[in-house]
Design a protein around this ligand. Structure first.
Ligand code: NDP
Length: 249
């Protein structure tokens, strides 16, 4: 893939982390594609704002929970731009509540959006990567998948599941030039985290982070770019923590 422009697809690329990942992959010279939820009314505004900053991203509607939606999305991208070389499974949600209060709806929503989505999207592109002898799959998990978190049985289970998926698939495609890795960010300053009440952030979360601050989306994006690069060809099946020292294992 050395001299070819790659097609990089970031699910949920219009979110806080996803946007930084799209910008970084574009800076590496990739053709960058993002998905957005079919219900997202702000997709055009986002594309326009990015274009004003000099980033010409491609965007396709996709509900990562729905198999048929993922299939149609990848078929359209492949027809318009060519096959996907780099897939970043980044779309995700939280629905926090203690297990006592957790109902089936909020369990399922988090499992489907964070974990089933990895199957739904990766399945569409993996055979092509194997056939072409080159590919990168990068799954955005979470520190809370590694250590567990109060009020997040659903999210911790889904995010831990993502890394199980990473390890098994990495084994299956290792000889085919395709790497599969997990990134587990700690608390990053996106709306997912800034939605947490300030008092909880200041008294419960920041004090757990030895660096004493939230991470920056650009710091995670830099790690994605590295895993997507040629230099990372020997790195597969890993779960890379990026959390300001909050959790070491
Ligand atoms: P955001 O809420 O800003 O972005 C989440 C993205 O996921 C949105 O772009 C959203 O798209 C997309 N999405 C949600 N549901 C669906 C769906 N059904 N189909 C398609 N897209 C969907 O969160 P972040 O940027 O903070 O998080 C990105 C990833 O990083 C998530 O997987 C999250 O779990 C993980 N993470 C985040 C951390 C943090 O501190 N922020 C820490 C550790 C992990 P749309 O807006 O179009 O609906």
């Amino acid at each position: 893939m050395a001299n070819t422009k790659r097609v990089a697809l970031v699910t949920g690329g219009m979110g806080g982390l996803g946007e930084a990942i799209c910008i970084k992959l574009a800076a590496m010279g990739d053709t960058v594609v993002t998905t957005y939820s079919p219900a997202n009314q702000k997709a055009k505004d986002w594309l326009g704002a990015m274009a004003e900053r000099g980033f010409h991203f491609h965007a396709y509607p996709c509900d990562v929970v729905e198999w048929d939606s993922c299939r149609a999305c990848i078929a359209a991208i492949t027809a318009d731009l060519g096959p996907v070389d780099v897939l970043v499974n980044n779309a995700g949600i939280t629905r926090d509540m203690t297990f006592r209060k957790m109902d089936k709806i909020n369990w399922d929503a988090v499992m489907h959006t964070n974990l089933d989505s990895c199957f739904n999207m990766t399945k569409q592109v993996c055979d092509g990567m194997v056939d072409r002898g080159w590919g990168r799959v990068i799954n955005i998990s979470s520190v809370n998948g590694q250590k567990g978190a109060f009020g997040q049985t659903n999210y911790s289970a889904a995010k831990a599941g993502m890394h199980g998926f990473t390890k098994a698939l990495a084994l299956e495609v290792a000889r085919k030039g395709v790497t599969v890795n997990t990134i587990s960010p700690g608390y990053i300053g996106t709306s997912m985290v800034t939605a947490i009440p300030k008092e909880v952030l200041d008294t419960k979360i920041i004090p757990q982070i030895p660096m004493g601050r939230l991470g920056k989306p650009e710091e995670v994006a830099g790690l994605v770019a590295y895993l997507a690069s040629e230099e990372a060809a020997f790195l597969t099946g890993a779960n890379i923590a990026i959390n300001g020292g909050q959790h070491m294992h």
